[in-house]
Design a protein around this ligand. Structure first.
Ligand code: FES
Length: 575
């Protein structure tokens, strides 16, 4: 069904904003009068849908720095379609600036988005996001507010360029920084990398968390087709924003809401796409949280089952060779989804008013090395593997496509860091007693332990190993990892160590067994020893005693449940 063919379910009399503006009682009069202070005449808003533009622009979030320009393009579209655009700010979460981690504040931003939408005279919303957490936070907030909503993600940066080579944010920066640590790259060389790795506005341009969440937004059907991959400075992004501005007005008349789009089928499509793009492990946590806002119980087993049947097709760093700019020119997500269409629910409805299948009918792939066909897949299965075992009774994840194949079956002695700061203090020790068989273990990196579930799980390689030319070893933690990172890294071990999960009991020298083939992560201890150690566990003192931090610690759920607050999940209505 085309957008034009969808029936209108609303008229001007039933607009939500009307209850704010359209009466002769005092407060309606006062609201209209105060709106005049913005220079709007009565004709501007009478009988027209009011469209909020929820903007996460901030100079403290470089990835979203262009979103004011994007907002202007959205406004053009809204006016063209007969709506009234009103832009409003929310908090923004700049990934590389915020301490201890943006993840601590994802739920706070989601609450800000939800309540800003709900409290104001809006009929529909266009949400502008980009950096890692702004996208899931807005998806969570919009899902809970459930007004007609469409997303414009900010788009990836242009590819980095260094001495004739393309470099990807995060991924190549980490590799080059390791060369600097071992003295193979000079300080001047490092400065050159610093100048040319982030050449434009936009989010990280590898298939890191921001690109993953943008792709997931498109796969869920919450933005227009092709929206995920267009580079941020490409004029087509502003054209897309204008189209979204026009489309949201139609969505208001059609009363097409997130609850109609974000169905279980849509989430299964998003998981399949996440697997086919080799997406960030963070997507697991975010998707579970977003689904929870609709009362949909996504589990780690959903990810496992879909991963098993989904080939890895997008040849993008950190798991592959190319960058998001190449992905866009190759046809972007529509081309990829067309390739995997038999694995998708093609009837899932999207913001266009048409189904996913209809949206991508005419999509073409222009570079089959970037977007592989199923018969030439990079791997037969998806990028994220879910593990269990005596170390992770409630689950853990590993991005096995970004791991070293020879380490995916491994046993070796643990070297334990009790926390992130202990790890930082030791990594450059020339006498650190580790070798290529060592399993590096980081504790206290989970939602309570970090606090906030920071991206510490990558655990930089110890200098002593880098000097020996060893670029990877098995690493495990209850923390997350940046989507731009790589290596044989087991993450999100649940329950986390700070609340007495089994990881808390691991000691340096214990044998750790990673058995990816059987989806297991275990510590090899004599019968009863693990239980004995855990019986003596003493919970660390909480990081916060007041304010938002205390609310976070009191209500955050564990990684396998999405780390949303327990009270923000959808309440199941009584039968
Ligand atoms: Fe914002 Fe990478 S720092 S997406």
């Amino acid at each position: 069904m085309s957008a034009a063919a969808r029936p209108h379910r609303r008229d001007a009399q039933s607009l939500r904003s009307r209850t704010w503006f359209d009466s002769l009682e005092y407060y309606s009069f006062a609201r209209r009068a105060y709106l005049r202070s913005e220079g709007l005449t009565r004709e501007s808003f009478q009988g027209k849908p009011v469209i909020g533009i929820c903007n996460s622009w901030s100079e403290l979030n470089h990835c979203n720095i262009h979103l004011r320009t994007v907002a202007e393009a959205v406004k053009r579209g809204v006016w063209q379609a007969g709506g009234v655009p009103l832009e409003f700010p929310t908090i923004s979460l700049g990934e590389v600036f915020m301490k201890p981690t943006t993840m601590l504040f994802r739920n706070l931003m989601a609450m800000d988005v939800e309540e800003s939408i709900r409290a104001n005279p809006l009929d529909g919303v266009v949400l502008l996001c980009g950096c890692d957490k702004t996208t899931p936070a807005q998806l969570m907030g919009a899902a809970s507010a459930d007004l007609p909503s469409v997303f414009v993600t900010g788009g990836p940066m242009l590819s980095g360029q260094y001495q004739g080579k393309t470099i990807g944010s995060g991924t190549d920066m980490r590799k080059l920084f390791d060369l600097y640590r071992t003295g193979e790259l000079s300080e001047e060389g490092l400065m050159e990398v610093e100048e040319c790795s982030a050449r434009s506005h936009g989010h990280c341009m590898v298939m890191g968390t921001a690109s993953t969440m943008a792709s997931i937004t498109e796969a869920l059907g919450m933005t227009l087709p092709g929206g995920a991959a267009i580079p941020a400075p490409d004029s087509r992004r502003l054209a897309l924003a204008e189209q979204c501005g026009r489309r949201i007005v139609g969505m208001v008349w059609e009363d097409l809401r997130p609850s109609e789009i974000l169905t279980r089928q849509a989430f299964e499509n998003a998981i399949a796409v996440d697997m086919a793009i080799g997406g960030s492990t963070n997507a697991v946590v975010h998707l579970i949280a977003i689904a929870g806002r609709l009362g949909i119980d996504l589990t780690l087993e959903d990810f496992h089952a879909i991963s098993k049947r989904t080939p890895f097709l997008a040849n993008l760093r950190p798991s592959g060779a190319y960058l998001m700019e190449d992905f866009c020119y190759a046809g972007g997500l529509p081309a990829l989804m067309k390739e995997m269409l038999p694995l998708l629910h093609r009837d899932a409805i999207t913001v266009t008013g048409s189904s996913i299948g209809e949206n991508i009918e005419d999509a073409k792939c222009f570079n089959q090395d970037v977007i592989r066909s199923s018969s030439n897949a990079l791997a037969p299965e998806g990028g994220t593997l879910v593990l269990y075992g005596n170390l992770a009774p409630d689950g853990a994840v590993i991005k096995h496509t970004a791991a070293s194949p020879h380490l995916l079956q491994h046993r070796g002695p643990a070297y334990v860091f009790d926390n992130y700061y202990a790890m930082l203090a030791e990594l450059n020790r020339d006498d650190l007693p580790v070798d290529e068989n060592t399993v590096l273990v980081l504790k206290n990196g989970g939602p309570h332990g970090g606090p906030g579930f920071p991206e510490w799980g990558h655990i930089p390689m110890p200098k002593v190993l880098l000097k020996r030319g060893i670029k990877d070893c098995v690493r495990l933690s209850d923390a997350r990892m940046s989507g731009t990172s790589f290596g044989t890294v087991v993450l999100h071990i649940t329950p986390e160590s700070a609340i007495g999960g089994p990881l808390a009991a691991v000691q340096t020298g214990d044998e750790i067994v990673l058995d990816s083939a059987n989806r297991r992560i275990d510590v090899n201890l004599p019968e009863g020893e693990l239980a004995r150690r855990l019986a003596a566990f003493v919970r660390p003192k909480p990081h916060y005693h007041r304010g938002y931090g205390k609310m976070f610690l009191d209500h955050v759920t564990q990684a396998n449940l999405g780390c949303d607050f327990d009270f923000l999940r959808a309440v199941k209505k009584p039968e």
